[in-house]
Design a protein around this ligand. Structure first.
Ligand code: GUN
Length: 292
């Protein structure tokens, strides 16, 4: 069984990007600039955004954090997005989700200029991805595919089951893995909370991706011997043995499942760091697409 080490792979990608940034700098060209809008104080979101900015710093990107209180109005947020759309110094930006209930996330996504939408959430980018046109692929699915590529995971002709149909992970990943690309060419099943016989469906998977946000959802009896298992779950659960009082839990019962697999991602240190690495790749691409 092989551990698909996302932490290590993301570090390699950051080093590759740092070289590209240095080359740009040395040639007197502009370096990428990512902005992140963070609303409220949700512990997970604060950590994710901080890690994104830390990653920018490490690579040599410029970054800007824009923070708002939970009570911000939708109008103020939309105005800020419009100003970032127009700000020539910013190559790409993200609005960390989830947002408070009084703010319409779809309205927010639709306000972002697709050319700066490095999260790839805007319908124009979703459509571009579907049609293989230039644009941005959401960071988590892109990171998973990149991890598979770098570990030479054989995907062509394989049965891939993606559990969870979110707009951010499950749905775009199922599309990517079904494409005529490498990695790709999978026979994809997109399973979800209404799927009947979920255990039988999962047992048919050569590649099983769990993206449901339920700790330990995938148990050993659902996994075929020799399968590749990708765990997208990052739920914070209480853990009094840790100083901070919690730990991250994946969707896969790692201890029981890992011995049955040929390869598996850990949580933490699997998909999470690859998501951030992909966001960095998208930010560089944002600048290149503009011909800067
Ligand atoms: N919340 C959870 N994942 C993501 C992500 O990839 N981007 C943004 N903006 N918010 C998220």
């Amino acid at each position: 069984m092989q551990i698909l080490n996302g932490k290590e792979t993301a570090e390699i990608i950051r080093k590759e990007l740092a070289i590209q940034v240095k080359e740009r700098k040395d040639a007197g060209r502009k370096i990428p600039h990512l902005a992140a809008i963070l609303v409220g104080n949700d512990g997970g979101s604060v950590t994710y955004v901080n890690n994104k900015l830390k990653s920018c710093e490490e690579i040599g990107f410029e970054s800007t954090l824009i923070r708002y209180d939970d009570s911000i109005t939708e109008e103020t947020l939309l105005k800020k997005i419009q100003s970032l759309n127009e700000d020539k110094s910013i190559d790409g930006f993200i609005v960390q989700l989830p947002l408070p209930a009084h703010i319409d996330e779809m309205k927010v996504t639709l306000t972002i200029d697709p050319k700066k939408d490095v999260d790839g959430f805007h319908p124009i980018n979703v459509g571009n991805m579907m049609l293989n046109l230039p644009g941005f692929v959401p960071a988590t699915p892109a990171g998973i595919v990149e991890l598979m590529r770098r570990y030479n995971i054989e995907t062509s002709g394989k049965n891939c089951v993606v559990v969870g149909r979110s707009n951010i992970v499950g749905t775009p990943l199922s599309l990517l893995l079904g494409k005529n690309t490498d990695p790709g060419n999978c026979t994809v099943t997109l399973a979800h909370s209404k799927s009947e016989n979920i255990k039988e469906i999962c047992l048919n998977a050569d590649i099983l991706v769990a993206a449901v946000g339920i700790p330990g959802f995938i148990t050993a009896d659902m996994v075929k011997e020799g399968a590749v298992v990708i765990d997208v779950g990052t739920t914070r659960i209480e853990d009094p043995s840790r100083e901070r009082g919690w730990r991250l839990a994946g969707d896969v019962d790692f201890k029981e499942v890992a011995p049955k697999t040929s390869a598996i991602t850990p949580v933490p240190g699997g998909v999470g760091p690859m998501t951030i690495a992909s966001l960095m790749i998208n930010t560089l691409k944002a600048m290149e697409l503009k011909g800067k």
